[in-house]
Write a protein that binds this ligand. Structure first.
Ligand SMILES: Cc1cc2nc3c(=O)[nH]c(=O)nc-3n(C[C@H](O)[C@H](O)[C@H](O)COP(=O)(O)OP(=O)(O)OC[C@H]3O[C@@H](n4cnc5c(N)ncnc54)[C@H](O)[C@@H]3O)c2cc1C
Length: 558
């Protein structure tokens, strides 16, 4: 196997492993041997579901279609090597073409057999899953995908599209209208003008002008293999793919349940925006929320769980059984049990024109994408909790300096000690306690921020072009209001927190009390940050996902 265009010294043998003769024999039981001749196209980029190939003899080459030139060689596999990456597990379209470059023989393993193989053969599962995940990470890092985004840093929607792709771990090439000389060529090639950005060119041929996330997901085939027919009654439907919602299907699918996970945006939830989670068990040097989410949904898909993205649950029909979840695209899904894991949504600031600067100077995430936009500039962060602290530490290393506006008198009241210490020791983080933003100024982009000291009443203004709003979140429970009992802050009440009045109001029909994590409706569970009394941590969210599935088994047996 030779790598034609990628140089990846570390972990190369894990990304492109060679199977032993004994391992190949075990793979062969799940596929069929076939001979190939030079030039045969084994997989065409963008085709429906695709198989894995193990090379027995000869060579097969992977090439990526580009929208502005000939295909780009990615990698060539020789004897013992195997093709594939994570799209294969979920039944999504391949992003590259595979062609035989020499006469030989391969083993072709269809997707259902590949799933059976990785679920039953621990040794091969480790080799294949690790290679798939590392290959995907490499494609994302190098921007080697089947999608090109042409936009501008002054266009908020460009940032949202890039974030949606990144959080779905979908590799994409980005061309900036103002900085990249190739931009005009692409505009000319597709006969479009610059005022139509952001443009997305999907699989080389489909041009989308300022697409919604749902249109993008459709074009890339992110949801294509999923059956959302109302007549298909699932064992469990999970709403929300943050850590809680991602934990649940890993347990549900691995224990044989028919499970569908519905996500409004992309997997990861709030944790997906964390640049370093340092307190999650098993990752002593920390892990980015994005990486944790990608590993989690790949793990869920390995066990056969289905995940749809860019679909929002808008209503839960809970007066009937099986329950029905109405989705914003008009489809409805039916299930015997429901797990609500919709977490919390970012809180905004009470400033009249704030939404005008969303993505054009005002951000709710601090990921590499935002950091790139603020490179060498000063930034301001509003908030005094852990998410604000993490953002400050991260941005301090990526920007000219960070000003933190904190409403309270000191950080220690709301932030973990290790973060407080890092902030105190960081020379380019300046904390301004008892301060709040009062106005934002600018034309197309944020230019100045005004704030007030609540103790002295004095006002200040500074030329700062980037404001990160990290002021916590409110529960995402509007869509279940009237269906399950909520506490006074809008979080879902479960198990022992439910009162007799809550149960009477929901006409609780059973002689038993609700199980731990069960809501005021039988067989509907709530987990993670959306649940009243939950500990707002990744570990507790994931743990609740696993506990809820134990109760799902219980109620399905009852
Ligand atoms: C920046 C940041 C850093 C953090 N760092 C840490 C850390 O280091 N360690 C730690 O333990 N915790 C950390 N946390 C807290 C942790 O991320 C949360 O406790 C955890 O993400 C909660 O998980 P969840 O799945 O319950 O909810 P969420 O993460 O909020 O996920 C909910 C998901 O549901 C989706 N959703 C919402 N409504 C709908 C709907 N109607 N239909 C479909 N989908 C919907 C959302 O899009 C989202 O993806 C951090 C939080 C933030 C914001």
């Amino acid at each position: 196997m030779t790598s034609a265009s990628l140089s990846i010294a570390p972990r190369e043998d894990q990304i492109w492993p060679t199977l032993t003769a004994a391992q190949i024999e075990r793979v062969a039981k799940h596929g069929r041997r076939r001979s190939v001749k030079e030039g045969d196209v084994l997989i065409e980029a963008g085709q429906e579901e695709f198989p894995l190939f193990v090379v027995i003899e000869g060579e097969i080459a992977v090439e990526r279609p580009t929208c502005d030139g000939p295909p780009q060689a990615v990698v060539t596999y020789g004897p013992g090597a195997f093709s594939g990456e994570v799209n294969m597990l979920a039944g999504r379209r391949p992003i590259a073409t595979i062609r035989a470059t020499a006469q030989g023989e391969v083993i072709e393993v269809p997707r259902n057999e590949l799933l059976a193989l990785v679920q039953t053969d621990a040794e091969l599962s480790e080799i294949i899953m690790r290679a798939f995940i590392l290959r995907r990470a490499l494609l994302v890092e190098k921007g080697l995908g089947d999608v090109l985004v042409l936009g501008s840093e002054y266009s908020p929607r460009t940032l949202e599209i890039r974030e949606f792709l990144a959080r779905n771990a979908h590799p994409a090439t980005y061309i900036d209208l103002d900085r990249d000389p190739a931009a005009q060529e692409i505009l000319d090639h597709f006969h479009v003008s610059a005022d139509q950005i952001p443009l997305v060119i999907c699989r080389r041929v489909h041009l989308l002008r300022d697409p919604t996330n749902a249109e993008l997901a459709d074009c890339l085939g992110l949801n294509q293999a999923i059956d959302v027919d109302e007549r298909h009654i699932r064992d469990v439907v999970i709403i929300g793919a943050g850590p809680a919602g991602l934990g649940a299907p890993v347990y549900a699918a691995s224990e044989g349940l028919d499970v569908l996970l519905i996500e409004a945006n992309a997997p990861g939830g709030q944790a997906g925006s964390s640049m370093r989670i340092e307190n999650y068990l098993g990752f002593p040097s920390g892990i980015t929320g994005q990486e944790l989410a990608t590993r989690a949904f790949t793990q869920a898909e390995k066990f056969g769980a289905e995940l749809v993205v860019a679909k929002t649950a808008v209503h839960l029909e809970c007066d009937q059984r099986p329950y029905v979840v109405a989705i914003d695209d008009g489809t409805r899904v039916t299930a015997r049990t429901i797990v609500i894991a919709t977490g919390a949504q970012y809180r905004s600031l009470p400033i009249e024109n704030l939404s005008r600067f969303n993505g054009a100077g005002v951000y709710y995430l601090a990921t590499p994408m935002e950091a790139q936009l603020c490179k060498d500039e000063k930034v301001m962060i509003v908030g005094g909790g852990n998410s604000a602290g993490q953002a400050a530490v991260y941005l301090a290393a990526k920007t000219r300096g960070v000003v933190m506006l904190v409403r309270k008198g000191e950080l220690a009241t709301s932030m973990s000690r290790y973060l407080v210490r890092r902030i105190e020791e960081s020379p380019n983080i300046e904390v301004r306690p008892l301060c709040e933003v009062i106005a934002l100024e600018g034309s197309n982009h944020l230019e100045r921020i005004r704030w007030r000291n609540s103790e002295s009443g004095s006002e200040s203004v500074e030329e700062i072009r980037h404001l990160f709003v990290m002021t916590g979140a409110v529960p995402a429970t509007k869509w279940v209001d009237g269906c399950v009992a909520l506490d006074e802050r809008g979080f879902i009440k479960t198990g022992p927190d439910l009162t007799r009045e809550d149960l009477d109001a929901a006409s609780w029909p059973l002689s038993r009390a609700p199980y731990l994590l069960e809501t005021s409706r039988p067989n509907i569970f709530a987990i993670g940050d959306v649940r009243g009394g939950n500990i707002k941590r990744v570990a507790s969210a994931v743990g609740e996902g696993s506990i809820a599935i134990a109760f799902v088994h219980q109620v399905l047996r009852d």
